[in-house]
Design a protein around this ligand. Structure first.
Ligand code: HEC
Ligand SMILES: [Cu+2]
Length: 358
């Protein structure tokens, strides 16, 4: 094939762009594990296996069909003095062949698909850990009825033990999705939905609400922290012991001031500060472990002092429309509240996992 000089110049201009695009794509794979292509849970793995087998069939079909097409184009193209092409319209044998072959291929795709649907919709054997998942505009609440503990935006699960999610919403439709662990599951008002998965290895897995639920749907993220069973048990023990806010040292005047502000500035009306036996039906996320959480603002900001202060200065500025009003706090009040919130450390993510957190 001959390429004209103009076309060649054109191609050359695109080569760096292509290289850049490849680099960007490679970066995605490394640093942004919110992907379905690297499953770390049984449910996600079943879906991934199905996806790969379907793609394999699709590749076979593509190569055969395109191959036949290209062969026909080259072999039977019109030549000077060539005869008119043979006509096959209404050939019964051909019609049967090209109906039966695609039907057979569809069977090869349909059988594993239906099998996977049934398998992943089946309650797992053994002793699953029940977790209640409650969608809110715009954050997720997680309750562990077995241990009577509550968290927000960070769900701890033990590696190797199936979890049994009982899912609903406090307001509108949301969809719970952690691509590396399981498929999406929508939550409905007044109805429990279920989903099961087992984390296969320890890690911090990011998730994202996958059903448009209002203006801040895009900032409704969460993490699933899959911990080794011993670390999970330690987390449960620490959270279960937190049936009241972490006491503040009497020498820490700033923290004491923050504690008083938390009670007097309406915070306590929307936020619980206890992980165990926490009240239900509050508007805001449970803040029992806010001092040690990885993120704030529903998984969308790192949990640093600067970000906490920025949030308290005016939550509406970062997350417009959020159910937390601008409380008009002074800078001194914000400083005191940040110091106080930082004392509310109940159970940290194991450092080895936190280090790998996306
Ligand atoms: C009217 C209810 C309401 C009041 C009052 C309120 N908040 Fe909130 N707060 C919320 C809601 C709702 C969110 C979750 C926002 C989101 O991410 O969508 C939130 C989020 C937060 C967060 C981030 C937590 C997380 O899980 O991401 C912190 C920290 C916080 N509030 C602290 C405070 C403090 C301190 C006060 C008092 C000065 C306060 N809030 C008053 C409703 C409230
Ligand atoms: Cu959403």
């Amino acid at each position: 094939m001959r390429i004209s000089p103009a076309a060649r110049r054109h191609l050359r201009r695109f080569t760096p762009l292509l290289g850049l695009a490849l680099l960007v794509l490679a970066g995605c794979a490394e640093n942004y594990p919110q992907t379905t292509l690297a499953p770390k849970g049984d449910f996600a793995r079943a879906v991934d296996t199905l996806f790969r087998s379907t793609v394999r069939w699709a590749v076979v079909v593509f190569v055969l069909v395109e191959g036949a097409l290209i062969y026909a184009i080259l072999r039977y193209r019109s030549r000077p003095g060539g005869r008119e092409a043979s006509q096959f319209h209404g050939n019964a044998l051909l019609e049967v062949i090209w109906t039966v072959i695609p039907a057979a291929i569809l069977v090869f795709i349909a059988v594993p698909t239906v099998r996977t649907i049934f398998r992943t919709a089946e309650a797992p054997a053994g002793d699953p850990l029940v977790i209640e998942v409650i969608g809110h505009q715009w954050w997720w609440e997680f309750r562990y009825p077995e241990h009577n503990i509550t968290t927000a935006s960070e769900m701890f699960v033990p590696v190797g033990r199936p979890v049994d999610l009982r899912m609903r919403t406090a307001d509108v439709l949301h969809s719970f999705w952690v691509p590396q662990l399981a498929a999406k599951r929508d939550v409905f008002y007044g109805r429990d939905n279920r989903m099961w998965f087992t984390a296969e290895e320890a890690g911090v897995f990011p998730g994202q609400c996958a059903e448009f639920c209002g203006i801040q749907h895009g900032r409704m993220a969460h993490r699933v922290i899959a911990a080794e069973p011993a670390d999970f048990d330690a987390w449960v023990a620490q959270m279960s012991a937190a049936s009241s806010p972490v006491p503040v040292s009497q020498d820490d005047s700033l923290a004491l001031e923050g504690q008083a502000l938390f009670a007097s500035r309406a915070c306590a009306g929307c936020h619980a500060l206890q992980a165990a036996n926490a009240p239900t039906g509050l508007i805001g996320p449970n803040l029992a472990n806010i001092g040690a959480r990885l993120t704030i603002a529903a998984g969308s900001l790192d949990n640093t002092d600067e970000n906490l202060a920025r949030w308290l200065r005016n939550p509406q500025e970062y997350k417009q429309g959020v159910q937390m009003p601008n409380l008009g706090l002074s800078e001194n009040e914000i400083t005191a509240l940040v110091v106080y919130l930082r004392t509310q450390r109940v159970a940290a993510v194991p450092p080895a996992l936190a280090a790998t957190a996306p």
